[in-house]
Design a protein around this ligand. Structure first.
Ligand code: ZN
Length: 322
């Protein structure tokens, strides 16, 4: 077989370990979030050419994770406490973000009860049992009272509202299919969506006192919470499938005139599913958890952005198939 046929047309960069696949922009329809690569280009903060060049170089900013380093959010803003030699993986909302996915996909409790705060505390305890480093963040504008400064936590009610918005469901499903490929399971998607509709219906109860979660992180593990600086200037969303690697977000921004990228280490969600649900007969719940985590990630991007960011996959080389 001609080896050329094995290379996808959308390939934009490669090294010995990984390939980059260009998926265009996130969405052709305007998502309701405020962070806009389009507006940044219109106001001269960046140019389409600068974004294209940055996309081609993304592989240069991936490093091996330190398993002991704290978990990071997908947020692309500057983190003054980041130790470049010891980076933890990036997932939306850091450790507390996994709690909502567990609630929607796996938890067998009554959906009409429970709170995010209790779910997140339980998730932090699970992290402790498995020896996983927790992590979360504030930002320099956060007041401690109403908003912590992490879009994935502050806007979690908005995330759930976007996830269950009939006008956005098809577009959400399209992006999830790009991320899960042949593993996309419509029944699980609809099952999680049903749970999301119920929790969204009682969002004010479920999310009450959610801002306290950052204090709990700080109490559980000193230095697990950092304070991000500056404004959102994410022009790229990169989803990374290469295990044990992560994005050097500070260095990327410094070398690209302040341009930022949302980085999601999807491999970490697969790994978390295995840690949280380790038994052989947990296979179905693992799939449900991964689907819920990917759904919350896409809905977070719908809540935070207008969909004009460039959308790039970073995958292990050996997964290239015709
Ligand atoms: Zn965040």
């Amino acid at each position: 077989m001609n080896s050329q046929k094995l290379i996808p047309k959308s390939l934009i960069g490669q090294n010995t370990q990984s390939i980059l696949i260009d998926c265009g922009i996130l969405s052709a329809s305007a998502w309701p979030g405020p962070v806009s690569a389009k507006k940044m280009a219109e106001t001269g903060l960046t140019t389409p050419l600068a974004i294209s060049k940055a996309v081609k170089n993304l592989n240069d900013f991936y490093v091996t994770v330190n398993p002991q380093a704290r978990m990071r959010c997908i947020d692309g803003r500057h983190d003054p406490e980041l130790d470049e030699a010891n980076l933890g993986p990036q997932v939306p909302g850091g450790a507390p973000g996994a709690a909502l996915a567990y609630r929607l996909g796996v938890d067998k409790d009554d959906l009409t009860r429970g709170t995010f705060l209790a779910d997140a505390e339980a998730m932090i305890n699970s992290f402790g049992r498995y020896g996983l480093a927790i992590g979360g963040h504030r930002d320099e504008n956060s007041t401690d009272k109403e908003a912590v400064g992490c879009g994935a936590i502050d806007a979690m009610d908005v995330v759930l509202a976007r996830m269950t918005d009939p006008a956005l469901v098809d577009d959400q499903k399209r992006v999830i299919k790009v991320l899960l490929g042949k593993d996309f399971d419509r029944d699980i998607f609809l099952r999680n969506m049903g749970a999301a509709v119920v929790v969204n219906g009682r969002a004010s109860d479920y999310f009450r006192d959610r801002e306290k979660i950052i204090d709990i992180l700080e109490k559980t593990s000193k230095k697990s919470v950092s304070t991000l600086q500056g404004s959102h200037e994410e022009c790229i969303v990169i989803v990374n499938f290469v295990p044990q690697t992560t994005f050097a977000s500070n260095r990327f921004s410094e070398e690209h005139n302040g341009m930022q990228a949302f980085g999601y280490d999807i491999w970490r969600s697969f790994e978390m599913a295995k840690k949280l649900l380790p038994r052989q007969d947990d296979a179905q719940d693992r799939k449900r958890f991964v689907m819920a985590r990917v759904m919350t990630t896409v809905a977070t991007l719908m809540a935070l952005t207008d969909g004009s960011q460039r959308f790039v996959l970073r995958m292990p080389r050996q997964q290239i198939k015709p």
